[in-house]
Design a protein. Structure first.
Length: 409
């Protein structure tokens, strides 16, 4: 195999030049190699490449190595109204925007994922995220906040109509921070995604996040999890005053954690249909920031018997890899803090490039296009190189995690 960084950062040649030695199925994926798919992957990685920015240099040093470039790439932003026009011709939209419309590998085809995406603004950032995670075998539920502008809603609706496996929720909720309304659209998406029978894991995202792993890598990681759920749990920082000093029902110990989760299908089924989870949900409605209590408490109360939940002893210190998110006073941030969360910037790329987490939160595209542009370039280069058999992915780190070894079966 070629050296990935050298390979993916060279001025990209045409597929014919680059692929002259590939005569058999790439050894790592066991899929039938398709030269048309390979050509398309080369085409897409060329499309997203930042012409005026040396992304490889930034991943190594965190500094811009280019001439006269500010925090914007040369392509400029795309207005919400433009997305409505672009997506009126779906075939052209999928082609011009660079969507991957094949399953790529057998492993990926046999391990479909289900996503919820909570969105409020900025169709371009949401569309970049969707394009990065899109595969025809996966399912995507998008919730557009009731407060969003009409033009943003129309842009989201128009994009979703171009894909049979992307849909908007049938019900829209006015999401208010710290209230049950943060959880409500997640539950709505879970309910609507359960109509589709085959997906293996559910992941929830917001419109200002971006993947740090390709779909192939996500499938490898989630396969390594072997049914384990990845949910943050903190008993020590759980605060009874948040629960208005009321005791959770059914002997559940209240646990604090992030709303961002990666969970198996049985966890979703338990959330939606189990009487204990429904009763706990009713209790959580009267607490402060229920989204930071609900999933975490279900995950770290193993006596409930939820498949994939955590039965180990290191609740407060177990790893949590669903999301890379820097809180104020907890780690480096090259951007700025908004409500104590780092808005990631170009200088964060060396850390993002090495991160074990699956997705990163959070990005403001109007403040720094390069950080997202370089992640996009790396993601599509890696997708191409994995398909070509040039890049492998070793999931041993994920297999050995505490919450994978100590899961309820």
């Amino acid at each position: 195999p070629h050296n990935l960084q050298q390979h993916s950062r060279k001025p990209l040649m045409s597929f014919e030049q680059t692929n002259e030695n590939v005569t058999e199925t790439p050894y790592l994926t066991g899929h039938r190699f398709d030269s048309t798919v390979a050509k398309r992957l080369f085409q897409i990685s060329n499309m997203v490449r930042l012409e005026t920015v040396n992304c490889e240099g930034i991943f190594q040093t965190g500094k811009l190595i280019s001439s006269d470039i500010s925090r914007g790439d040369s392509r400029g932003s795309i207005a919400d109204t433009t997305y409505i026009k672009l997506s009126s011709d779906c075939h052209n939209f999928r082609f011009v925007r660079g969507y991957i419309t094949s399953t790529l590998t057998n492993e990926e085809a046999n391990f479909p994922l289900a996503y919820s995406i909570m969105v409020y603004t900025d169709a371009e950032m949401v569309e970049k995220l969707l394009r990065a995670i899109y595969r025809p075998q996966n399912y995507y539920c998008i919730h557009v906040d009731k407060k969003s502008t009409d033009v943003f809603y129309r842009a989201m609706s128009s994009i979703a109509k171009c894909f049979s496996n992307v849909f908007l929720t049938s019900k829209r909720i006015d999401v208010q921070w710290g209230k049950f309304s943060v959880l409500e659209p997640e539950l709505q998406c879970m309910k609507e995604l359960c109509k589709y029978p085959k997906w293996k894991y559910f992941l929830n995202l917001t419109g200002q996040e971006y993947p740090l792993k390709t779909n192939f890598e996500l499938v490898k990681i989630l396969t390594a999890y072997d049914g384990a759920n990845d949910i943050e749990c903190k008993i020590q920082s759980a605060d009874n005053s948040r629960w208005n000093n009321s005791v959770p029902p059914h002997g559940i110990q209240g646990v604090k954690g992030s709303v961002h989760i990666a969970v198996n299908r049985d966890f979703v089924d338990y959330v939606l249909h189990n009487n204990i989870s429904k009763s706990f949900m009713l209790w959580s409605k009267n607490t402060i920031v229920p989204d930071e209590t609900y999933f975490a408490s279900l995950q770290c109360n193993p006596q409930l018997g939820i498949r994939g939940s955590y039965k180990g002893k290191s609740v407060d210190t177990k790893p949590y890899l669903t999301r890379y998110k820097q809180w104020e006073d907890e780690g480096p941030c090259a951007g700025r803090f908004v409500r104590r969360v780092c808005i990631l910037s170009t200088g964060d790329l060396p850390r993002l490039g090495k991160a074990k987490e699956l997705f990163a939160n959070k990005f403001y595209l109007d403040e720094d296009r390069i950080v997202v542009g370089c992640l996009e370039e790396q993601l599509f280069n890696n997708t191409r190189d994995e398909y070509m058999g040039i890049k492998t992915f070793n999931a041993d780190y994920y297999t050995s995690l505490d919450f994978v070894k100590n899961k309820v079966i």
